[in-house]
Design a protein around this ligand. Structure first.
Ligand code: UD1
Length: 420
């Protein structure tokens, strides 16, 4: 099993191109099932989760080809089976996003209940409630969600009880082919939802209200083919910015959308970073100084993202002062605390959703273990600052979400090696 070996103490410095967004590529690939014509996706990141989604599309019977520039072309003219098996869905929760498109287009789908990162129970009740409102009959049997709508879906008003990214995406895709108008209320407003919506519009979907909490979709008979480029990965971008800040470094990110990074850039400024943004660039300069502790509270977009909570905790671990971190989205997303403390951090947990981080002068290398995707990137950041050489085990978690992380960090001057 691969490990990362990181020798800390070097300031990250240099220029980095940001990859396409995993959390946008996954729903977009699921959305290709809505069209019978070829759909070409560019800038999908080269990541394990993306490969899993491509494998799932292939298992369902779609033709998937990847060219030399890593453009993915999906042709789902017909499918061989309308069942997404446990083996694929258990490894990645986003596989559940094929449910809406399949029911909408084929009137039937069976999808295993999802797995993914072990960061809480993560139910799918809102996805199911919405599909039922659109006229699908839904049963949960033998670990599978079985949905059918032999006469198609019908537009309606759906109020989601909680703000859910995946729920909004699944229902938005299903509604594209429903008869009449669907109004989704209390929608998530994440940039990845806007990106998915723009992709669907490229294929001829009628969607308005993207980026607001009310999305209206007027169903069409069919979506056509098209070509779409996935947006930049704001979580990857934020992770490298936080890593650079923790090491006192200076970096410039290119091919990024600064507007999607608002809350993170503001917190980095409070931590003492000089930030400059261009149309598609963000630069950060810490001027060699130690970060200042900053309180964080996660909330749905445009609030501070839960996907960057762990990384900011690593920054606070070496900051001057004490900071509180409150996690409001997931119930079990502090698994990195124990590992950060192994590296010499001083973090106390107060219940399941609050951590208090007392910044320390220095961290010291130790063997640590990645527990979930974003938790593992916090260990990478801590290791980049720690004295000595840290080995991070189970980095398959990192490979789910970060394209060639060791190469990108090496490019910034980090002493990082992948070993097996
Ligand atoms: C997506 C992101 C993930 C991010 C999360 C929150 C993808 C592939 N993944 O995950 O990286 O951390 O958004 O920004 O885009 N919930 C319910 N019932 C539902 C659906 C969700 O109770 O039907 C709860 C979940 O348990 C969780 C919260 O709502 O506590 C948010 O989940 P959701 O926004 O759906 O996250 P995902 O779409 O799974």
């Amino acid at each position: 099993m691969d490990k990362l070996r990181i020798t800390g103490g070097r300031r990250l410095s240099g220029k980095l191109r940001v990859s396409g967004a995993k959390n946008s590529a996954l729903p977009i690939l699921a959305g290709t099932l809505l069209s019978a014509e070829p759909v070409k996706i560019s800038r999908a990141p080269h990541l394990h989760d993306v490969t899993t989604m491509i494998e799932l599309l292939g298992t369902l019977g779609a033709d998937v080809t990847i060219d030399e520039k890593l453009n993915v072309e999906v042709s789902a003219c017909k499918l061989d089976q309308l069942l997404a098996p446990y083996e694929l869905v258990k490894t990645m929760r986003a596989s559940f996003l094929v449910l809406g498109p399949m029911v909408a287009r084929f009137g039937e789908a069976q999808v295993s209940l999802p797995g993914g990162c072990a960061i809480g129970s993560r139910p799918v009740d809102q996805h199911l409630k919405g599909l039922e409102a659109l006229g699908a009959e839904v049963v949960v049997e033998d670990g599978y969600v079985k949905a059918s709508a032999p006469r198609g879906l019908t537009g309606t008003q759906v109020y989601m009880d909680i703000v859910t990214v995946g729920g909004t995406e699944n229902l938005m895709m299903a509604a594209c082919l429903a008869r009449g108008v669907t109004t989704l209320q209390n929608c998530a407003r994440e940039p990845e939802i806007v990106d998915l919506g723009r992709f669907l519009q490229t294929l001829g979907a009628n969607i308005s209200g993207l980026g607001t909490s009310t999305i209206e979709i007027e169903g069409v008979d069919a979506l056509h083919g098209g070509t779409y480029a996935v947006m930049a990965d704001r979580v990857e971008a934020g992770t490298y910015l936080i890593a650079a800040a923790a090491t006192g470094g200076d970096i410039e990110l290119i091919d990024v959308d600064p507007a999607t990074l608002g809350a993170v850039l503001e917190k980095l400024q409070h931590a003492g970073a000089q930030i400059q943004t261009g149309e598609t660039t963000v630069s950060l300069d810490m001027g060699g100084s130690r970060p200042i502790a900053v309180d964080i509270e996660t909330s749905p977009y445009p609030g501070f993202p839960t996907d960057m909570q762990a990384q900011f905790m690593a920054l606070n671990a070496v900051a001057d002062g004490t900071a509180s971190i409150k996690e409001n989205i997931f119930e079990n997303r502090f698994m990195h605390v124990q590992e950060l403390n192994r590296l010499g951090a001083s973090i106390e947990l107060h219940g399941q959703s609050m951590a208090v981080v007392h910044g320390v002068d220095r961290l010291k290398a130790a063997p640590v273990m990645a527990t979930d995707l974003r938790a593992s990137s916090s260990l990478v950041i801590a290791a980049l600052v720690a004295e000595g050489t840290t080995t991070i085990d189970r980095i398959y978690h990192i490979d789910r979400g970060y394209e060639t992380i060791e190469e990108k960090l090496q490019q910034l001057g980090g002493a990082v090696q992948r070993v097996s």
